[in-house]
Design a protein around this ligand. Structure first.
Ligand code: 5GP
Length: 133
């Protein structure tokens, strides 16, 4: 079971920002920027491009919805998108609020936020997404 499947199962906590039957979005625990979100299919598949077409396109549409709320919640120029997958073998898309190209540099030291800050960030994103419904 991947760490992300444990989040899906509620076995370990996460700052969730959006959820459907098939997909989940939550804050990355070691973010590159405030509001760095991971979107995942709940189904445990390692490699993004191994997802079947339906689950893959659904994930991209879910990512689009989350990115729209994210951009309203977090002051930034754009939402950057990245797929790495070298650490956690459970398909996921990184959504990263960015102002400069260096905001997407995964080799940079990660930021550190307090639980209170992460809670507030997740709440802001959830609120922005509610307005889109
Ligand atoms: P990748 O697999 O794309 O190289 O990196 C996995 C990402 O998942 C990293 O950005 C890392 O910070 C994040 N991550 C790893 N473990 C956890 C976790 O337990 N909870 C959360 N919220 N994020 C995690």
């Amino acid at each position: 079971m991947t760490i992300f499947s444990k989040i899906v199962a509620g076995e370990i906590p996460a700052y969730k920002v959006a959820e459907t039957i098939d997909y989940l979005a939550f804050l990355d625990i070691n973010p590159l920027a405030e509001g760095h979100v991971l979107v995942i299919p709940k189904k445990e598949v390692d490699y993004l491009f191994d997802l079947d077409d339906e689950l893959y396109t659904g994930l991209q549409i879910f990512a689009k919805i989350v990115a729209t709320g994210l951009r309203k919640a977090i002051s930034c120029k754009r939402i950057g998108v990245a797929v790495i997958g070298l650490e956690v073998p459970h398909a996921h898309i990184h959504l990263i609020p960015m102002n400069n190209v260096s905001d997407l540099n995964f080799a940079r030291p990660k930021l550190s936020f307090t639980p209170e800050q992460l809670h507030a960030t997740a709440e802001k994103i959830r609120e922005a997404l509610k307005q889109d419904e």
